[in-house]
Design a protein around this ligand. Structure first.
Ligand code: 6GU
Length: 235
């Protein structure tokens, strides 16, 4: 592990959800747990129900206009966001929604440069639109399919963002070599043994010839991108 510089910025991610148990396991496991233990990021999961003034802890109500489904109310969301923004400045207050801007690697890169972000997980049919108009600064979707709630989207975004923070991955280089950082898919990788059930590792990788191996890796990257994701080559 590289030594941390004397002065570095700790990123803070606050996630607001009606299903905190869905996110707590995730943010306290694996790469996100390690990043927090190293002091590089702080992730807080807030239960929206803790902020309602309703005596039955309800956070949703029927929509005006007689539409189907339930809508998350302004009051608990405003109370939670206001409690957070009273303590510190937030660079973005993100709402997860299928109609948001599509999350991708460039968005993960720019979000990873922020100091503080809030991710509000959408649920049910939606949230009172006034929250989106007055409090939300960015709406993000993780793809063209509909999820039951924004929790998985918040988990996906947090993972993609946190692994980009310097010091989080063991090898400083590895985030830069990812598929998509250069709009190329990664080359195949292999480990020992060199032959398993007659399946052989490409000879070039056993040759010890670094320049030729590098050339093979680039050629494999290009070939796989052309074949599997030709759209990436147009970017
Ligand atoms: Cl961010 N939320 C929901 N509910 N569904 C989605 C999504 C988000 N992104 C893709 N589908």
């Amino acid at each position: 592990m590289l030594p941390l510089p004397y002065f570095y910025i700790v990123m803070r991610i606050d996630i607001i959800t009606v299903l905190p148990e869905m996110l707590e396991g995730f943010v306290n496991t694996s790469i996100l747990a390690r990043a927090q233990k190293k002091g590089l990021v702080e992730i807080y999961v807030h239960n929206l129900r803790d902020y309602t003034t309703d005596k039955h802890r309800r956070v949703d109500d029927y929509p005006f206009g007689g539409f189907a489904g339930m809508v998350m109310q302004c009051q608990p969301i405003d109370a939670c966001i206001s409690a957070l923004t009273a303590e510190r400045h937030y660079d973005e207050i993100i709402f997860t929604s299928p109609d948001g801007e599509q999350f991708d690697q460039p968005m993960a890169n720019s979000l990873s440069l922020h100091k503080n972000i809030i991710i509000l997980c959408g649920h049910y049919k939606g949230i009172d639109y006034r929250i989106r108009e007055h409090l939300i600064t960015k709406e993000v979707s993780i793809g063209d399919y509909v999820l039951t709630g924004g929790e998985l989207a918040a988990a996906v975004m947090s993972d993609a963002i946190v692994r980009l923070i310097p010091g989080v991955l063991g090898d400083e280089q590895s985030a830069f070599n990812d598929s998509f950082q250069d709009n190329l898919l990664a080359a195949p990788v292999y480990t020992r043994p060199a032959e398993y059930k007659g399946w052989r590792v490409p000879d070039i990788l056993l040759s010890g010839h670094d320049a030729k191996i590098k050339e093979w890796e680039i050629q494999q990257s290009l070939e796989r991108t052309k074949r599997l994701r030709p759209d990436l080559l147009d970017k």
